[in-house]
Write a protein that binds this ligand. Structure first.
Ligand SMILES: Nc1ncnc2c1ncn2[C@@H]1O[C@H](COP(=O)(O)OP(=O)(O)O)[C@@H](O)[C@H]1O
Ligand SMILES: [Mg+2]
Length: 323
């Protein structure tokens, strides 16, 4: 549906995108995560044609986007709703008028009964029917983002592009916005691309994620694959993994639980079977959409390591010795 092929972009002699390759499928909620300055916003702007690129191609529905063709770009932007961290609402317009703005911009009449019904339905979809005539200054941050979402849907886009859409909101409000995005994805079949530096966002709703670092994709996969057992040092650092808090004597053995593992009494069984005790020195369990994933670190004496690993292998538990 969207293929980003070896896209390179330079600002003032600095290469900001260094050959990015990403495939985004229809109906997916796709996350692009990384530190500030990684190139996420630039990449998103390349996708919707707001930014040109020096090399590579972006293919939408099997057609390579011609970035020199203004008409092509305008039509692409029509198919892609955008929401931002700062909401970008017009202060002098009320909720209804803000949502109607893209239609006005495209010369679509907004005073027909169908247009009015459509705008009203969008406002209902985001749960703001009580605020229909409020100005942005009378709304909370979460409500403003809901208006921006309704506005982004006004032209029936195929894609919704979100750039740090929840970064200015507190965790409870963020959950509500993410639930709304999920509903839009499910019920309207809109493909959503979420750019964020917030791990929580990716964990909660993204089916797939690309980790961007210094203008390059370091890893792509399901969030649980990328983040429960990250092999790349940069991803570990981004997640602030456990290694600085672990004991410096004995062996630290990390166990991974993917989905079902936390249902099994692995550690106590292993302790009984090997007739020794382990010190659990670090653990985390995390929700990834519907499942719980996690890992824990056991500290043990070196002499127990071999038997412990054999036991874990026999139970199909993934493990790793932490250096
Ligand atoms: N319009 C611009 N002109 C010059 N440099 C830019 C411009 N936009 C972004 N950059 C630079 O590109 C790099 C990536 O920026 P950005 O895509 O905004 O990263 P992110 O969204 O991941 O924080 C940064 O070093 C930033 O300073
Ligand atoms: Mg950004």
């Amino acid at each position: 549906m969207i293929q980003i092929k070896n896209v390179k972009k330079t600002f003032n002699k600095t290469e900001v995108l260094k050959g990015v390759n990403i495939d985004i499928e229809k109906g997916e909620i796709f996350g692009i995560i990384g530190q500030s300055g990684a190139g996420k916003s630039t990449l998103l702007r390349c996708i919707n044609g707001l930014e040109s690129y020096d090399e590579g191609a972006i293919v939408v529905d099997d057609v390579t986007v011609d970035i020199k063709n203004k008409k092509v770009l305008r039509n692409l932007q029509k198919r892609m709703g955008m929401i931002f961290q700062g909401f970008n609402l017009l202060e002098r317009l009320d909720v209804y008028q803000n949502v109607a703005l893209p239609m006005k911009f495209w010369g679509i009449p907004t005073n027909t009964p169908e247009a009015k019904e459509k705008i009203l339905n969008l406002i209902k979809l985001v749960g703001l029917e009580e605020k229909i005539h409020s100005k942005p200054r009378e709304l909370s941050g979460g409500q403003k983002q809901r208006v921006a979402i309704a506005r982004a849907l006004a032209l029936d886009p195929d894609f919704l592009l979100c750039d740090e859409a929840t970064s200015a909101l507190d965790p409870e409000i963020t959950k509500g916005i993410l639930a709304l995005l999920q509903k839009i994805n499910k019920e309207m079949g809109i493909t959503i691309i979420i750019v964020t530096h917030q791990m929580e966002v990716v964990k909660q709703i993204c089916q797939k994620v690309a980790f961007l670092s210094g203008g390059k994709v370091l890893a792509v996969g399901k969030p649980e694959q990328l983040f429960v057992w990250p092999k790349e040092r940069e991803i570990r650092e981004f997640l602030r993994e456990e290694s600085d808090k672990l004991p410096t004597t004995g062996i630290n053995l990390k166990l991974f639980f993917f989905g079902e593992g936390n249902q099994r009494p692995i550690v106590t069984e292993m302790s009984r079977e090997l007739q020794t005790n382990f010190n659990i020195c670090w653990a985390k369990l995390e929700d990834f959409r519907e499942d719980v994933y996690g890992s824990l670190v056991l500290n043990m004496e070196e002499k127990d390591l071999e038997k412990a690993c054999a036991f874990l292998d026999s139970k199909n538990v993934t493990w790793e010795v932490i250096k």
